[in-house]
Design a protein around this ligand. Structure first.
Ligand code: PLP
Length: 433
């Protein structure tokens, strides 16, 4: 499983240990859904750069668009001069994002930067500072985004106190309900957590925004009930709180809709994109209602490289390919094929406590036994490693480090889906017996 000794040695000497080194691989080539390592081995990529490659590695149309743009100009800085790739992509996002009425988009470099800017805009508009986020969420690793993230391990631990004014409410993580109840009999009790926050912790009038992932990504592919997401949206509109939907992982087709918010019939005030948007290049966006996006004074927002022309051309190509190849529908199909196969594995291997997800964003939560639901952390690690040794790259995750996630590119073939399920079955047999 380990990469070449040369790369290993260099990594240890040159790069800080704080960066994850999950697979120990060094990759030399990647195409479609496949990776080739320096040791010659080939891998089926069900991580896709952590949900960042909807059209796979080095799609020829993306490469063509990038190359053409590189020949015109690489960088101008949108603060200084306008350019068409930025305007075209921002326009596309305005049209695609959920909700009616005029919208505007600003482009940035990374997911965390989109989170930071959405919060700046919301605080400026509202003249309030408080922020609500959810337990189990992930919003990035800059200091404010890490503060919003609803998990301590590997995000906040050791990095000082989080920013003041951030409050976390329970998410509808039904497999591990914080009230010990079962959906739908629970009447979505977790929504009460929001009322409790504005009753006991911060007056609603001091809350600028609430940020939520419509489906938890790093939290382990947790899909909440429709009533939960709609209840959150209603809470925000009742209290005059800006709803920021973090669709950095779910956006642009991955879940079988352009935006996962659409599964829940919710149109947020601001929606965040990144990952898939650049098709492998660093790019993110904040899209929202024009009157909110326009509120900040000229010069109050900006970045040197955000909306870089080469990245925007890649983004435009990605959206075009998703449309032409009908990949939003394909994502839903991938979801049902994977769900069917994973449910069969659940019947065979009781270590699989829960199979969940939507579209090409599926997760398996692994437990010591189905009654206690004790997280099977070691087995998760072993399964991840065994799948990798057998040629399948997955992503692990979840607050309790016991979720294996399947995040294939949306161009994955049926044969590759079968191959992934077969590998997972063989790995489960090898590790669990
Ligand atoms: C939902 C969500 N928000 C924000 C981020 C942060 O994005 P980035 O790593 O580009 O800063 C991620 C990254 O995994 C994410 O999944």
């Amino acid at each position: 499983m380990s990469g070449s000794d040369g790369d290993r040695g260099q990594r240890e000497v040159i790069v800080p240990k704080g960066l994850f080194d999950i697979t120990k691989l060094s990759i030399v080539r990647a195409h479609g859904s496949r990776l080739v390592a320096d040791i010659g081995a080939e891998y089926l990529d069900f991580a896709s750069g952590i949900a960042s490659l909807p059209v796979g590695h080095s799609h020829p149309e993306v490469v063509k668009a990038i190359t053409a743009q590189a020949q015109d100009y690489l960088h101008l800085c949108f603060n200084l001069t306008a350019y068409q790739p930025y305007l075209s992509l921002a326009g596309r996002l305005n049209n695609l994002a959920p909700g009616h009425g005029p919208k505007k988009t600003m482009l940035l470099n990374s997911g965390a930067e989109a989170v930071e800017n959405a919060v700046k805009i919301a605080r400026y508009v509202q003249k309030r500072e408080g922020l609500i986020a959810f337990q189990h969420s992930f919003h990035g690793r800059t200091s404010l985004a890490a503060g919003l993230t609803g998990r301590v391990r590997a995000i906040k631990a050791g990095f000082g106190l989080p920013h003041p004014g951030i409050f976390h409410a329970p998410y509808a993580y039904c497999y591990r309900c914080s009230s010990g109840l079962t959906y739908p009999n629970c009447d979505i009790r977790c929504l009460k957590g929001l009322q409790d926050l504005v009753r006991y912790s911060i007056p609603a009038k001091q809350v600028a925004a609430l940020i939520m992932e419509p489906i938890l990504g790093e939290g382990g592919a947790v899909v909440p009930p429709v009533g939960f997401v709609q209840g959150v949206a209603k809470f925000c509109s009742d209290k005059g709180i800006i709803l920021i939907m973090d669709e950095i992982q779910t956006g642009l087709g991955r879940t079988g809709a352009w935006f996962a918010s659409q599964h829940f019939g919710v149109a947020p005030d601001l929606v965040l994109t990144a990952k898939a948007l650049g098709g492998g290049l660093p790019l993110s966006g904040v899209t929202g209602r024009a009157e909110i996006m326009d509120a900040v004074y000229p010069g109050g927002l900006g970045t040197t490289f955000g909306g870089n022309p080469v990245c925007c051309r890649a983004g435009l190509a990605v959206i075009e390919i998703i449309e032409q190849e009908n990949l939003v529908v394909r994502a839903a199909e991938i979801g049902s094929k994977l769900k069917q196969g994973l449910d069969q594995l659940k019947e065979m291997f009781p270590i699989i406590g829960d199979v969940r997800g939507l579209g090409a964003m599926m997760g398996l939560e692994l437990v010591e036994d189905t009654a206690s639901k004790t997280p099977a952390v070691e087995a998760t690690k072993k399964l991840f490693e065994t799948c990798l040794r057998r040629g399948l790259l997955l992503v692990s995750g979840g607050t309790y480090r016991n979720v294996l996630r399947l995040l294939p590119p949306l161009i994955v073939t049926d044969d590759e889906l079968e191959q992934a399920l077969d590998t997972l079955k063989a790995a489960l047999t090898e590790v669990i017996g």
